[in-house]
Design a protein around this ligand. Structure first.
Ligand SMILES: Nc1ncnc2c1ncn2[C@@H]1O[C@H](COP(=O)(O)OP(=O)(O)OP(=O)(O)O)[C@@H](O)[C@H]1O
Length: 259
């Protein structure tokens, strides 16, 4: 598994009402000079005020948009600017109501060319770890919000890409379900060997799940603070003891209370 290197990515969207970038070649700047590394087997959380470009950053890395400048590399190979290199998990769970749990879970892998039988075998083997044992044939409508989100996450984790980008995967859940899934996710993340990026608004979630936390400024988003975190076992212990209040205060200070 390889390290993800993001090198000086900047991005601007076209001015509303103008054609593609104005004659002077400038649009609305959304991200500015974003550089960081995410090692294999680590989770990097991205925090920042609403509208600062967090989702845009993930979409650029996933090749859904091309950055205005800069690039991302995985193990030295170009990643940005072309789709398919990153498994992108959108904010909504996006389960298809006409597919059963197992078919929803394998959809991403199959779309990426995994043959159906292999994808289904891999999904069946993961059902228990994702808290979905006995639900392979259930319809999405029959599941709780937390279960639906675990199916959606399973779909992303089953994808063959070498980088995972999770865009607020727990954002739509009630507080209790969210807490439960955060704890569960620490185990899932620990057993996955890829660099994982996580966009979140929840400081406690970032402190629990992340090996490194990047704080972006208001738009155009630039990295204004990097918080290095201890190993997962220490983070879990801290979390159960009420969390790392010092780190939480630091992050809140950088976010200006906007998270
Ligand atoms: N396709 C697009 N065209 C034009 N502007 C866009 C486009 N996508 C996003 N934007 C703008 O770029 C800015 C950053 O959006 P983005 O969704 O990346 O922010 P965010 O930090 O993820 O926000 P939130 O935390 O609210 O989800 C916003 O001002 C948004 O309106």
């Amino acid at each position: 598994m390889s390290t993800l290197r993001v090198e000086s990515i900047s991005h601007a969207f076209p001015q509303p009402g103008a054609g593609w970038f104005s004659r002077r070649g400038r649009g609305v700047p959304v991200l500015e000079d974003v550089s960081f590394e995410a090692e294999a087997g680590t989770l990097t959380a991205i925090l920042g005020p609403s509208g600062c470009g967090k989702s845009t950053l993930l979409r650029l890395l996933a090749g859904l948009e091309a950055p205005t400048s800069g690039r991302a590399l995985l193990g030295g190979a170009q990643l940005s600017g072309k789709p398919g290199g990153v498994a992108y998990h959108p904010q909504r769970d996006a389960l298809l109501p006409w597919l059963r749990v197992l078919d929803n879970a394998t959809l991403g892998a199959e779309t990426c060319g995994r043959d159906r039988a292999t994808a289904r075998a891999e999904a069946l083997a993961l059902l228990e770890r994702f808290g979905l044992a006995g639900n392979a044939e259930a319809w999405p409508d029959e599941l709780s919000g937390g279960m639906r989100q675990r199916v959606a996450l399973m779909r992303t984790f089953l994808m063959p890409q070498k980088v995972l980008a999770l865009d607020e995967p727990l954002g739509a859940l009630d507080a209790l379900t969210r807490r439960q899934l955060q704890h569960w996710l620490t185990g899932i993340v620990a057993s996955d060997g890829r660099p994982i990026l996580l966009v979140t608004h929840d400081i406690d979630e970032a402190l629990l799940l992340a090996d490194r936390i990047l704080v972006l400024s208001a738009r155009p988003g630039r990295i204004v603070h990097v918080e290095e975190r201890p190993d997962a076992a220490t983070r879990l212990r801290e979390h159960d003891d009420g969390g790392d209040r010092g780190a939480a205060r630091r992050l809140l200070g950088w976010l200006g209370g906007s998270a």
